[in-house]
Design a protein around this ligand. Structure first.
Ligand SMILES: Nc1ncnc2c1ncn2[C@@H]1O[C@H](COP(=O)(O)OP(=O)(O)OP(=O)(O)O)[C@@H](O)[C@H]1O
Ligand SMILES: [Mg+2]
Length: 490
C-alpha cells in the first residue's frame, strides 16, 4: 500500500515589531488599561492598591503597587508571555482574568516599557518588556532584572512583604507634546478621569459587600471614593434570575424628590441621559454601562432608569467579553428577557404619555390645553377657544382682556414640564389632576349650556359638544345626568 506523503510545515513566527504596533491599538484608553491591571491585583487578593503617578515629560511614569499574593519566578515568567493562559479553560469563581493577555496588552497600549517586580515568600523577581529592544533585535525577549535593578524600579519602596509592582515607562500616548496646551495639564486631566472611572468600575470592591472583600485604591496615596450609580435609588423592581444572571431594575428619584446633593451625585460622570440603561457587572466589576444594547433609544423619558446585571465569569463566552473588559453583548436568548424588563419599567410612563398626547391632538375635543408648534419647537398654551374660557373672556373689557392674556402667558411659561415629566416616569400612579369642585362644575355647565342655547344651538347638539369639551369631557357621569336633567328626562 502506498503511504500518504508527509505534510510539510514552515515556521511562521509573527514579526515582533509589527505585532507590537498592532497590539498598541486594540482600543484601550488610559482608564480601561489601568482597570485591567487592577483586575489582576484584585484576583491576587490584594486589599491595597496604590497607583503612583509622576510627571516629568518623557521621564514620566505610572506604577501600580499591590499587596496581593505576588508571583514566584516561574509564575512571573509565564505572566509576561503574551497569551499566558488558555481563555477556554474555566477560571476560579473570583478570577477577573480570562485571556492571559491583559497585563501586556493594557501596558503596551500606554507605555513602550513594562517592568514587573513581584515579591513572594521573601523572594523578589523582576522582568521587563522593552518594546524598543524588541523592535531593534526582532526578538521576543524580556530582560531579567538583577537585585540592583529591582531596587531601583520606581515604586519599589511601596512593596510590602508580598505583592506586585507594575511599572509603565515611556508613556508615548499620555505625553502629548504636539498639542498647543501644556502637556502637564493634559496629563493630570487624564489622571482625574482615571480616578472617576475607577471609582465607578470598582465601586462594589471599594465599598465591600457580602462575598466581596473591601479593597482600597489610591492615586498618589489619595484614596478613591466609590461611586455607586444605584446609591439611594429607592425601591428597586423585583430581582430576576435567569440563565446564570441576576438582574435588578431601578428608577432613580426625580430631583424634586431628593436633595440636590444626592441628585447631582447620581448624575455620574456622563449625566443622566447618557447614564441610563444597563450596568453589566462581571464578578462585581463593572464592564459596560449606559447602554440599552439597542433594545431602546436613550431618551429623556427613560433617563432615570438603570438596570443592574450580575454575570459570573462562566458566562464570558456567551456574553462575548473582550480582552479590555469594556465590552459585553447579551446573547440573543437573553435579549428577549431584557426587552421584557425594559418594557415593564417604561410602559407605565409611556402609557400616560400616549393617552395624554392623543387627547391633546384629537380634532373632536376642545381641550383647555393645546399643543403649539413653532420653528420645530413644541409648547403648551391655554386654549382660548375652549367655550368656557371664551365665554369668560367675552365678558371682559379690552384692558382686562389684555391683563388676562399676560396672566395666561405667565401660567404657560411657568408650566413645570420638567417636574411633571420626571414624576410621570418615577411615580406615574400617584399623579392625578386636582378634583374639580362639584358646585363649580355645575355652575360652569349651566353657563355653558346657556351660552350655546343663546347662540341658537339645539339641546342635542349642545349635549354632544359638552361631552367633547374639557373640563366636562372628563366627568362623563356628571355630564350625562346634567344633560338628562336639561332635556327634562329626570
Ligand atoms: N498583580 C498581580 N499579582 C499576582 N499575579 C499577577 C498579577 N498580575 C498578573 N498576574 C499573573 O499574571 C497572569 C497574566 O495576567 P494577564 O492580565 O496578562 O492575564 P489574565 O489576567 O490571566 O487574563 P486577562 O487577559 O483576561 O487579563 C495572571 O493570570 C496572573 O497569574
Ligand atoms: Mg488580567
Amino acid at each position: 500500500m502506498k503511504e500518504a506523503p508527509a505534510s510539510k510545515y514552515l515556521l511562521a513566527l509573527p514579526n515582533p515589531k509589527n505585532l507590537i504596533h498592532a497590539l498598541r491599538d486594540i482600543g484601550y484608553s488610559l482608564e480601561t488599561a489601568l482597570a485591567d491591571i487592577i483586575d489582576n491585583s484584585i484576583t491576587a487578593n490584594a486589599t491595597n492598591i496604590n497607583i503612583n503617578v509622576y510627571f516629568d515629560l518623557h521621564d514620566s511614569y505610572i506604577s501600580i503597587v499591590d499587596n496581593g499574593i505576588g508571583m514566584d519566578e516561574e509564575t512571573l515568567n509565564k505572566a509576561m508571555q503574551l497569551g499566558s493562559f488558555d481563555p477556554v479553560l474555566s477560571r476560579e469563581r473570583n478570577d477577573l482574568g480570562r485571556f492571559g493577555l491583559g497585563l501586556k496588552t493594557a501596558s503596551f497600549s500606554q507605555a513602550s516599557k513594562l517592568t514587573v517586580v513581584s515579591k513572594k515568600n521573601q523572594t523578589e523577581t523582576g522582568r521587563c518588556w522593552d518594546l524598543d529592544h524588541v523592535s531593534e533585535t526582532v526578538k521576543w525577549e524580556i530582560e531579567v532584572l538583577d537585585e540592583q535593578n529591582i531596587r531601583n524600579t520606581a515604586g519599589y519602596e511601596f512593596l510590602g512583604s508580598s505583592g506586585t509592582l507594575v511599572l509603565w515607562e515611556n508613556l508615548y500616548r499620555l505625553i502629548d507634546t504636539d498639542s498647543k496646551r501644556n502637556p502637564e495639564d493634559i496629563f493630570w486631566e487624564q489622571i482625574d478621569s482615571v480616578r472617576r472611572h475607577l471609582a465607578l468600575t470598582f465601586h462594589r470592591y471599594l465599598t465591600g459587600e457580602p462575598g466581596i472583600k473591601k479593597i482600597k485604591i489610591a492615586i498618589n496615596h489619595m484614596q478613591i471614593e466609590p461611586f455607586d450609580p444605584f446609591e439611594g435609588a429607592g425601591k428597586p423592581f423585583p430581582e430576576e434570575n435567569f440563565y446564570n444572571i441576576k438582574m435588578q431594575a431601578f428608577l432613580l428619584p426625580h430631583h424634586s424628590k431628593t436633595t440636590k446633593e444626592q441628585y447631582d451625585k447620581l448624575r455620574g460622570p456622563d449625566d443622566y441621559l447618557k447614564s441610563q440603561g444597563f450596568y453589566v457587572y462581571r464578578n462585581a466589576r463593572l464592564l459596560v454601562y449606559g447602554t440599552w444594547f439597542r433594545l431602546l433609544r436613550q431618551s429623556e423619558a427613560t433617563k432615570l432608569a438603570r438596570i443592574k446585571i450580575d454575570l459570573p465569569n462562566s458566562e464570558d463566552f456567551n456574553w462575548s467579553i473582550d480582552v479590555k473588559k469594556s465590552q459585553a453583548i447579551p446573547p440573543e436568548i437573553i435579549r428577549q428577557q431584557l426587552k421584557r424588563t425594559i418594557d415593564k419599567i417604561t410602559s407605565q410612563a409611556s402609557r400616560v404619555y400616549t393617552k395624554r398626547g392623543k387627547k391633546i391632538s384629537s380634532t373632536h375635543l376642545v381641550p383647555i390645553w393645546e399643543e403649539y408648534h413653532q420653528h420645530g419647537n413644541k409648547s403648551y398654551k391655554i386654549n382660548t377657544e375652549n367655550p368656557l374660557i371664551k365665554l369668560f373672556i367675552n365678558e371682559l373689557d379690552n384692558q382686562q382682556k389684555y391683563h388676562l392674556k399676560g396672566i395666561f402667558e405667565l401660567i404657560e411659561n411657568g408650566l413645570p414640564i420638567d417636574t411633571i415629566y420626571a414624576d410621570m416616569i418615577s411615580e406615574p400612579e400617584n399623579i392625578k389632576p386636582i378634583e374639580i369642585d362639584e358646585e363649580l362644575l355645575q355652575k360652569s355647565a349651566e353657563t355653558y349650556w346657556e351660552m350655546l342655547t343663546q347662540a341658537g344651538m339645539e339641546d342635542e347638539a349642545i349635549a354632544k359638544r359638552m361631552l367633547q369639551n374639557e373640563p366636562f369631557s372628563k366627568y362623563v357621569e356628571f355630564c350625562e345626568n346634567f344633560i338628562k336633567h336639561k332635556q327634562g328626562i329626570v
